[in-house]
Design a protein around this ligand. Structure first.
Ligand SMILES: [Zn+2]
Length: 265
């Protein structure tokens, strides 16, 4: 039996200006403007809908001085999805920009790696440097979800539905996972923060926010082996993604694009 084909969307909801030297471990000799976009993703087959990450809120954006373009929960409605109806949310990791808004999914089961919950509730959150990228209210809220039986934990690689699987790569955080999904153009890998930019995995240049550099580098290699080609890997924060893929509609230009179609080069 052939695998179901998923439609895949990226919902861009935030952005910030930055210099390239701030993104790469060891800086960047050609220091230049290199902004960063913030996304939520969706993979939808005729049978199943997966929301992948939940973004941050307007309040988070103000507190962290990020530009908030739109509420990602509102963008879901642009593709015909009501958060209240969603059954499955994959959290690639628990950084603030990936794990806010979970309370807006009253029916969902949240898919997370064991190691991510261990890390976000363990000893290293006692250090400001490692805690900085987490929001304590998100983490405690997800602990409560667990006590309500609404977390589904994974350890490494797991198929969540025919044609869709999660893979722990670590590196950026210990439980950092990517999502591999079958589409009409082949196997696409949503890297999320296993590779913030194309530059990370294409040239094996580690991102600056890293807990395990060898795992991050190996992760770039694993991304390549999971995807049908380099063009099938979608980095987690790269504004180039918006240039390569078509908008879903005129009305959502700059905010909602399709990733299950061949990108421009
Ligand atoms: Zn992150």
């Amino acid at each position: 039996m052939s695998l179901p084909q998923y439609e895949v969307f990226a919902l861009r909801y935030g952005t910030r200006d930055a210099m390239s030297s701030s993104h790469f471990l060891g800086g960047d000799p050609h220091d230049a403007p290199m902004p960063m976009d913030y996304f939520v993703w969706v993979a939808r087959s005729p049978d199943r809908t997966f929301v992948i990450d939940t973004g941050f809120t307007r309040e988070d954006a103000i507190a962290r001085k990020r530009e908030f373009l739109c509420d990602p929960i509102d963008s879901l409605t642009e593709i015909g999805i009501k958060a209240a109806d969603v059954n499955d949310v994959i959290l690639t990791h628990l950084h603030y920009d990936h794990a806010g808004n979970f309370g807006k999914f009253p029916k969902a089961t949240f898919h997370l790696q064991d190691k991510e919950m261990d890390y976000a509730t363990g000893r290293f959150m006692g250090f400001a440097k490692t805690a900085h990228s987490f929001d304590v209210d998100d983490v405690t809220g997800l602990v409560r979800m667990n006590f309500s039986g609404r977390m589904q934990f994974h350890d490494g690689e797991e198929e969540l539905a025919p044609g869709l699987s999660v893979h722990r790569l670590g590196g950026h955080t210990p439980g950092m996972q990517c999502v591999r999904v079958n589409t009409a153009r082949g196997i696409v890998v949503l890297a999320s923060d296993t590779s913030h930019f194309y530059e990370n995995f294409l040239n094996y240049r580690p991102y600056v926010n890293v807990v395990n550099q060898p795992d991050m580098l190996q992760g770039y290699r694993t991304l390549r082996s999971l995807a049908d080609s380099l063009d099938h890997i979608v980095p987690g924060h790269d504004p180039l993604v918006m240039k390569k893929y078509p908008a879903m509609s005129k009305a959502t230009a700059g905010l909602v694009i399709r990733l299950d179609v061949t990108p421009r080069n």
